[in-house]
Design a protein around this ligand. Structure first.
Ligand code: ADP
Length: 448
């Protein structure tokens, strides 16, 4: 399967999983929200009914004289009261003078006055007709009419002035509005949830992309690195193979030809050896397993040793090697071999990329707890667009590959990796045709 396809599949899986988890969480939240709101509506509906019934009870009960008898005062208290049997009711004198809470005047409320056995005496409002009898006298009831309309009803016991049972006052309310509210909430959730999930899916897709980008980039880097390493290893190997093949095809090689053949093999083997050593060093730095050999190192001493080693090469290349700055010991904490490698790479490059007659100046300075090592040359310089890329593994400035430099393009990558494992930095300032200045900053090791 194509690698790119694997990443795409992983991204899809990640986004899908995230959406699924968020979907479950959102659904549970929605369900919880719906249940809490429904319960809240139900409780406030019951509270309201209970308080209306309580008010009516307190207003009516003191006026009750005979069981089952509707006093005129009750008729005044409940305008619109319709008696089932005329003999239970009196002619009302001041109908409508005193009004109850406006709530019972509303269409979806009804009030029923019933005798202790539950027989209807009088009623106000739109009581569900088909259930004129048999409502029951339980304190709280939910009644469903044959047409499917639901009512919530509360019954409160009434006594006469002489403490005899009078009957009950029942207050009921249609559940139409309550059910409509629940339906509205349900629909809002049903439509809102998938829409929300669509948003979550889009966000998950984007998030999965962001999360996978570094993995994908580093995978591409590893891929590029492997390809470059294979290419670099193939060149000397091919040279050795063709030289050996040529030699084997020539049964009578002269001493001079033999020397030349062995010289080629030796050069290419050493190139291979250097490459493998560089690759190993880089992978060790990557894995951070070179840190064991850390000691206190004198930077000035290391720089002097490097310059001593490259003096011969500088003379051969007709490049002048200069040394500036302090010469007293300047200590840093690190791996001596690696630090030597770092300075050596910079000085070697300076000599390599400077024309005959040029200069490579190395200076060491110290300030603010940092030690600064500069390797400045008067060489060919580096074009601005390539100045950051020169630190990439195997990268060589365009055209340099064809030059007879012999470099693998790992020198600066190694130098930068060493600087950063020593908590330092490596930067470059350069101008084409003017020269380059590589600066290393490393933290100074305290003297004590
Ligand atoms: P190489 O082994 O090819 O020298 P490096 O990683 O050391 O690899 O350098 C990468 C590239 O940066 C080189 O190929 C060269 O083009 C450029 N470079 C490095 N140092 C200098 C310098 N002092 N002056 C000009 N170009 C340089």
């Amino acid at each position: 399967m194509n690698r790119h396809h694997v990443f795409l599949l992983t991204r899809q899986r990640l986004a899908g999983l995230y959406t699924l988890i968020m979907g479950v969480i959102l659904s549970l939240c929605g369900l919880g929200f719906y249940t809490v709101l429904a319960q809240d509506h139900w409780l406030s509906l019951n509270r309201k009914l209970g308080s209306v019934a309580g008010t009516l009870h307190d207003g009516i009960e003191p006026a009750l004289e005979e069981p089952g008898q509707i006093e005129p005062m009750i008729q005044d208290f409940l305008p619109g009261l319709v008696c089932v049997r005329e003999l239970d009711c009196f002619e009302s004198s001041s109908l409508g003078e005193r009004h109850l809470a406006g709530v019972v005047q509303q269409d979806d409320y009804y009030i029923r006055l019933v005798d202790p056995s539950g027989q209807l005496i009088a009623t106000v409002g739109q009581a569900p007709e088909l259930l004129a009898d048999g409502f029951g006298v339980d304190p709280w009831m939910t009644i469903v009419t044959p047409e499917g309309t639901s009512y919530r009803q509360v019954s409160v016991f009434l006594k006469t002035q002489s403490q005899d049972p009078w009957g009950y006052i029942q207050v009921g309310q249609s559940l139409n509005e309550y059910e409509a509210r629940l339906r509205r909430m349900g629909w809002t959730l049903l439509i809102g949830l998938p829409l929300g999930l669509l948003g979550v899916a889009a966000a998950s897709w984007w998030l999965a992309g962001v999360a996978m980008k570094p993995v994908y980039d580093s995978y591409r880097q590893v891929q590029q690195f492997t390809a470059d390493a294979a290419h670099e290893l193939r060149t000397p190997l091919a040279a050795i193979a063709s030289t050996v093949e040529f030699s084997l095809g020539e049964p009578h090689l002269s001493q001079q030809e033999m020397g030349h053949t062995l010289g080629v093999i030796e050069r290419q083997t050493s190139r291979l050896g250097n490459l493998v050593r560089d690759l190993l060093l880089l992978s060790r730095i990557d894995l951070q397993i070179e840190r064991v050999s850390q000691t206190r190192c004198d930077v000035n001493l290391l720089v002097d040793e490097v310059l001593e080693e490259f003096a011969a090469l500088a003379i051969a290349s007709q490049v002048q090697l200069k040394r500036q700055g302090r010469s007293d010991p300047l200590w840093i904490w690190g791996d001596e071999e690696q630090l030597y490698r770092l300075f050596a790479n910079l000085v070697a490059n300076g000599i390599q990329y400077t024309q005959e007659g040029g200069t490579v100046t190395t200076s060491v300075q110290q300030h603010d707890g940092l030690i600064q090592i500069r390797v400045e040359d008067t060489g060919i310089g580096i074009p601005p667009d390539q100045q950051q890329r020169i630190f990439d593994r195997f990268y060589r400035v365009q055209g340099d590959r064809s030059r007879h430099s012999g470099g693998s393009g790992l020198g600066l990558a190694i130098a930068q990796a060493i600087a950063s494992t020593h908590k330092g930095t490596l930067t470059v300032k350069t101008q084409v045709g003017q020269g380059s200045c590589f600066t290393v900053h490393l933290p100074e090791h305290p003297k004590t």
